[in-house]
Ligand binder design. Structure first.
Ligand code: ARG
Ligand code: ZN
Length: 869
């Protein structure tokens, strides 16, 4: 598995570019068999050094000129795919002619075709697949783009900025010229050409400028565009109010594309979206889907400032824009809906998936210091942990100073490509705080662990919290220095009242040492500590809570997040003892404390429904796995099923009562209270079905038949598909497909539901889905729906015979030549082999080694080689 194209790039080797590109004119001539791109670059020397133009295998270079003269053989050398131009004047115009075949570009990077349209994806290094260019984010330029294409096939021609000219050409062709006045790196370039419909609306900015907003899709999807348009308007308003950020052009376009490797892309004024992340309608999209779309529309829009106006100096700084922008979109989502639920969801994702990543072979810091393939670093660590790091700064400074810091950052660095240090320095400047130690969150990987114990001295009324921090070794980082951890705490008295700490119910402690003692005076009784309120830092926290204390916190903590967290801790303890019992071949009663706690929640009709649904959801198998020493997939699966069944049987009447106790009012609406009602109803339905009683099956059938929205249809369908009632499941699955076979986004939900079943039969099912008419290897959403979901299917994937691993390895090998970025994502479940018992380890390793024996893309090579190292 030696790969000569897999060179490692290091942060320490960063050099500023020798040349700037003052402006660039691009002409795209799109034809069915091939496309030509002419590029004029006006370059100017800034530093000593050579001019390096990056190239890519999808861009065949036809001709290079310097100031109109053909570039001589002796004037350059080719190093890999890059062109190093030796002799070039300090100021020059370079002309590059390339030829592309977008219709054959299955990597979905650079210029490619998705159904009948042309589109681009240039982040991170896709622009070099279009033309030779200094394709690095610290080279920012003014782009003018001319697109020529057949008018009947491609009536809509879009690029960044403003439309400055359009007209007819010979042979039924036409052209459009776009000019973007804002300097930008090449990764923000975009082009779209297709037969598209659009909806249009507008937004008036805080300074009174009218902005035209358009959302483009193929005609068949036009009925699914309204929601995203509204989400865009809400985002624009919110960014003005929360961050003082105003939109800066007169036009903002969104285009929905079916074949897309990621969620969406923030290209300047021409955001391109995976259609699954923008198209929505009540009958086709679940509440979770709507929420995701609102968040992604906001995320891409917010990038206009945190990413585009101020961008990254190099790709090691990716979290500068991604972590900050995820933080911003999570604040936005909190403001649009339930803040507590949003926090619970974010923390759940972080603690299951990001913590697992950080404990695995591809663990890396929020600012990595090396990579082979940057596409592999669009990770949960860069995005979600990066957002937590920004959130900690917000917690340490408080909202007001944080806003001052962000204002300073945008003002000082507008139009520049900067680093994470630049961002943190602004926060230091406005607050006077020293964040030097805090910077370790950017440089050290791994999830820190906090071990907290306490002591109460009744004689002096003093309470002590003793905090010890540690962080496991991660690849390349054996020893870790202590982190600066904001630890938000509250103290509750046994009567449910709260001790006020410095006038507030919550105090943020600065944990900075490996071991540290905090002292609280005037404490009249031994308190119960509420620790890490709101999940104030991305750490694992241990405190020897008794089950009584957890039950107490579940009802009395004033911090909504920690009330939920107490329930999760209680459930974890009970699930973990069940896992132990199963492993020992013993039968153990499920602690009635959990049943009592669930009963109290079900009886509490004042509790927000969405929160209730979260509290009544047991920790997932993935979370149990993440917290296990050695992952015993079967025991985890059985334990969780057993506890669910015990709860369902014991509280059957309560679940029945709460199910449809409050009918969602009238027709479907996507708003807070009815989202909560549907969440709670579907949760109750799931438990009722877990009793395995026939009457529950009737409720499922009824809900499925009567649903006027996808949340309820899917709620019923998912409940039965994950139940032992396989005949009914098959019947409803068939009915569902019959109804939705024409709607790819709905079919994807149908595919992934079947692929995620934790059962023996899932492998055969998944194999047949790959042969199904609805499946398409070229479409990443389909691949994710089947292979991605299968990798998460617990005992469905982790079969004792290892056939799941063999299968996934085969599919990765098949996919890699087509789409390396996607293939590299699909390997992830195999990379976690060290966490499993020896027999599974050997099978997973064998599967990885079989992949490693193939000629591989840089993407898959990096992940596989690191996980075998
Ligand atoms: N910047 C995009 C976002 O966060 C992600 C695009 C990354 N795409 C890729 N192929 N690596 O919204
Ligand atoms: Zn982003």
């Amino acid at each position: 598995m030696s790969q000569d194209n897999a060179k490692t790039v290091y942060l320490k080797d960063y050099q500023p570019p020798a040349f700037s590109v003052e402006s660039v004119e691009l002409t795209f001539s799109l034809f069915e068999e091939q496309c030509q791109v002419r590029s004029n670059l006006h370059i100017k020397r800034q530093h000593p050094g050579q001019l390096v133009l990056n190239g890519g295998q999808h861009a065949e270079v036809l001709r290079v000129e310097v100031n109109g003269e053909l570039l001589h053989e002796s004037g350059y050398r080719v190093s890999g795919e890059d062109w190093v131009i030796e002799a070039v004047p300090d100021e020059a115009t370079l002309t590059v002619l390339t030829q592309l075949q977008p219709q054959n570009n299955t990597t979905l990077e650079g210029l490619y075709k998705s159904s009948s349209m042309y589109c681009t994806q240039c982040e991170a290094e896709g622009f070099r697949q279009i033309t030779l260019y200094p394709d690095r984010p610290d080279v920012m330029s003014v782009f003018t783009t001319r697109i020529e294409a057949d008018k009947a096939l491609y009536p809509v021609l879009l690029s960044n900025g403003n439309l400055v000219e359009q007209g007819e050409l010979e042979n039924g062709r036409h052209f459009a010229v776009w000019h973007d006045p804002f300097r930008k790196p090449s990764y923000l370039f975009a082009l779209v050409a297709g037969d598209l419909q659009h909806i249009e609306d507008s937004f008036t900015t805080m300074s009174g400028r009218a902005v035209t907003l358009r959302l483009y899709t193929e005609a068949r999807n036009i009925s699914k565009t309204e929601f995203a348009m509204g989400a865009l308007q809400r985002s624009m308003k919110w960014d003005e109010e929360a961050y003082g950020r105003e939109y800066d052009l007169d036009l903002f376009n969104i285009v929905a594309v079916d074949d897309f490797n990621m969620g969406a892309m923030e290209n300047k004024s021409l955001n391109i979206f995976n259609s699954s992340c923008v198209l929505a309608r009540a009958d086709t999209t679940t509440d979770a889907g709507f929420q995701r779309i609102e968040a992604i529309v906001a995320h891409e829009y917010f990038h206009n400032w945190s990413g585009n106006r101020v961008t990254c100096r190099d790709w090691f700084q990716l979290s500068l824009k991604e972590g900050f922008t995820v933080f911003r979109d999570s604040q936005f989502s909190s403001d649009m809906g339930s803040a507590a639920v949003k926090r619970i969801e974010d923390v759940t994702l972080l603690r299951t998936a990001q913590f697992a990543e950080d404990a695995g072979p591809t663990s890396h810091p929020v600012r990595p210091d090396n990579y082979m393939e940057i596409s592999n670093f669009y990770t949960l660590t860069i995005y979600e942990k990066g957002a937590e790091v920004v959130r900690m700064i917000h917690t340490l400074l408080g909202a007001e100073l944080f806003r001052q810091g962000s204002d300073l950052y945008f003002e000082r660095f507008d139009g520049q490509a900067v680093t994470c240090d630049d961002f943190v320095r602004c926060m230091e400047e406005v607050s006077g705080r020293d964040l030097t130690q805090f910077m370790r969150w950017y440089t050290q990987a791994g999830t820190p662990r906090l071990q907290v114990t306490d002591e109460y001295d009744a004689a002096t009324g003093t309470y002590y919290l003793d905090v010890r921090q540690s962080c496991p070794a991660t690849p390349g980082q054996e020893q870790k220095l202590p982190f600066h951890i904001p630890l938000a705490v509250g103290l509750l008295y046994p009567d449910g009242t709260e001790h006020h700490l410095q006038g507030d119910s919550t105090l943020v402690l600065d944990v900075t040492e490996a071991e540290q003692r905090f002292m609280f005076k005037g404490i009249t009784q031994r308190p119960i500590p509420s620790l890490l309120r709101g999940f104030s830092a991305p750490v694992k926290l241990d405190y020897p809570y008794s089950r009584e204390e957890l039950s107490f916190l579940m009802s009395h903590d004033t911090d909504g997040f920690n009330r939920w967290e107490a329930g999760q801790r209680l459930a974890m303890a009970i699930l973990q003892e069940q896992i132990g019992a199963i492993q020992a071949g013993e039968e153990l009663e499920v602690d009635p404390a959990l049943i009592a706690a669930f009963e109290r929640v079900l009886d509490d009709t004042d509790l927000d429904y969405a929160v209730a649904a979260k509290v009544l959801t047991l920790p997932s198998e993935a979370y149990l796995a993440e917290n296990a020493q050695v992952i015993d997939v079967e025991a985890i699966h059985q334990a969780r099923r057993r506890v669910r069944k015990v709860l369902a049987d014991a509280l059957c009447a309560r679940f029945r009562e709460r199910y449809h106790a409050t009918e969602p009012d009238g027709v479907y609406a996507f708003h807070g209270s009815s989202i909560g009602q549907r969440a709670l109803n579907n949760l109750c339905l799931g438990y009722l079905l877990a009793t395995e009683r026939e009457e529950a099956l009737e409720l499922v059938r009824q809900q499925y038949a009567e649903a006027d929205n996808m949340t309820d249809s899917m709620g019923a369908l998912a409940a039965v598909v994950h139940s032992p009632f396989t005949t009914v499941a098959d019947e409803l699955l068939e009915q569902f497909y019959g109804r939705w076979s024409e709607d790819a986004l709905v079919v994807n939900q149908w595919l992934s539901l079947q692929a995620s079943v934790a059962g023996e039969g899932t492998l055969a099912k998944v194999q047949s889905l790959l042969q199904h008419a609805a499946f398409d290897w070229r479409n990443p959403n389909k691949v994710r729906s089947v292979l991605g979901a299968y990798g998460q299917s617990s005992v469905g994937f982790h079969r004792a015979d290892g056939a799941g691993y063999e299968f996934l390895a085969d599919q990765v090998i098949h996919l890699d030549p087509m789409n390396p970025q996607l293939a590299s994502r699909m390997v992830t479940p195999l990379t976690r082999w060290r966490r499993y018992p020896a027999a599974r380890q050997a099978q997973m390793r064998a599967a990885l080694e079989r992949i490693a024996a193939q000629p591989l893309s840089k993407d898959v090579y990096e992940i596989v080689s690191k996980s075998l190292a």
